[in-house]
Design a protein around this ligand. Structure first.
Ligand code: SF4
Length: 144
């Protein structure tokens, strides 16, 4: 059975109603890291690392803010769980890369270059459709 995909900031979403809406109708407030519809892979590693850096910076900034009421501070602070999940996901993707031979790594790096270049010119947010066998490329499923 074919399933569609739509881009999210550091991977893709396969949730059917969100895909049908072109990525603008997430039923879960874009909590992709904890969602079984989220897929990522090594080509998103820079975005995954940037997102982790942003979570850590946001946490420090919110904790240092004096103008927030307690409930607002709590809701605005990235949770330890989210940060731990992001760290674990990055490590898992990095481990997959480390397990490759140098030749395989070179091939992956070439493929990543092509993918990342393509993403810069292809409209982000429009659904794409997988073909049988595409799932093997998603090595960083968030919830496993
Ligand atoms: S939280 Fe789940 S359904 Fe929502 S955009 Fe992220 S992957 Fe898709």
């Amino acid at each position: 059975m074919r399933v569609g995909q739509v881009a999210v900031p550091y991977g893709v979403c396969t949730e059917p109603s969100n895909v049908q809406a072109g990525g603008g109708a997430c039923p879960f407030r874009f909590r992709c890291l904890g969602c079984s519809h989220f897929r990522t892979d090594v080509s998103y590693l820079p975005e995954l690392r940037s997102h982790l850096d942003r979570l850590l910076a946001d946490r420090e900034r919110v904790l240092a803010a004096t103008e927030l009421e307690t409930w607002a501070r709590t809701e605005a602070t990235p949770s330890d769980t989210e940060i731990d999940k992001m760290r674990a996901l990055i490590r898992r993707v990095e481990r997959h890369v480390d397990d490759l031979t140098s030749g395989e790594r070179d091939q992956i790096n070439e493929a990543i270059k092509v993918l990342r270049t393509t993403r810069q010119v292809v409209s982000i947010g429009m659904p794409t459709f997988t073909t049988p066998g595409d799932d093997v490329r998603a090595i960083g499923k968030a919830t496993s």
